[in-house]
Design a protein around this ligand. Structure first.
Ligand code: INI
Length: 159
């Protein structure tokens, strides 16, 4: 039996980050932790590209474009949808999730989903460097792990 497991090693990787400006007090912290984690994992700065979009609703189009360019080992999506901000919370959160999933499925490139969907800003901040850690860091590690895992599967366990 072969067991496949990816490693969060950033050396030699190219990663794209798509982040939304809406609720930037949260997403800025997600982006900072994500970039710092990629750097600490060995990625060179020139091998990380960052695209800002207006809101979470716009993330899927840009994530898909970046994934389909096949220029990256993984694409990381960072956003914050807060229920208190809008009546169409569910629409924005669901469309972001669906679009990001489809970008990964259609491109074959890992597209990591860290679009927070919370009741209020406090809950979002707790996940952006507060009591619940920083989901930007988790996203970076997930992207690197997935890139490594797909490489290993492509080699069929002969490494
Ligand atoms: N976008 C977010 O990223 N988070 C939100 O909480 C949010 N709310 O609450 O409305 C939000 N709306 C904007 C949306 O993502 C689009 O940018 C906008 O609808 C234009 O297409």
């Amino acid at each position: 039996m072969t067991t496949f497991e990816g490693e969060p090693d950033g050396r030699g990787r190219r990663i794209a980050v798509v982040a939304s400006r809406f609720n930037e007090v949260v997403t800025g912290k997600l982006v900072a932790a994500c970039l710092e984690t990629l750097r600490a994992a060995g990625l060179d700065e020139e091998d990380v590209d960052l695209a800002w979009v207006p809101g979470a609703f716009e993330i899927p189009l840009v994530a898909r474009r970046m994934a389909e360019s096949l220029s990256y080992d993984a694409v990381i999506c960072l956003g914050a949808v807060v229920r208190g901000d809008t009546a169409h919370f569910e629409l924005v959160a669901n469309e972001a999730a669906r679009g990001i999933r489809e970008a990964a499925r259609d491109s074959g490139v890992p597209v990591v989903f860290e679009v927070l969907a919370t009741e209020d800003l406090r809950q979002a901040l707790e996940r952006a460097g507060g009591a619940h850690g920083n989901k930007g860091r988790d996203a970076a590690l997930a992207a690197l792990e997935m890139a490594s895992l797909l490489d290993k599967i492509a080699k069929g366990g002969r490494q």
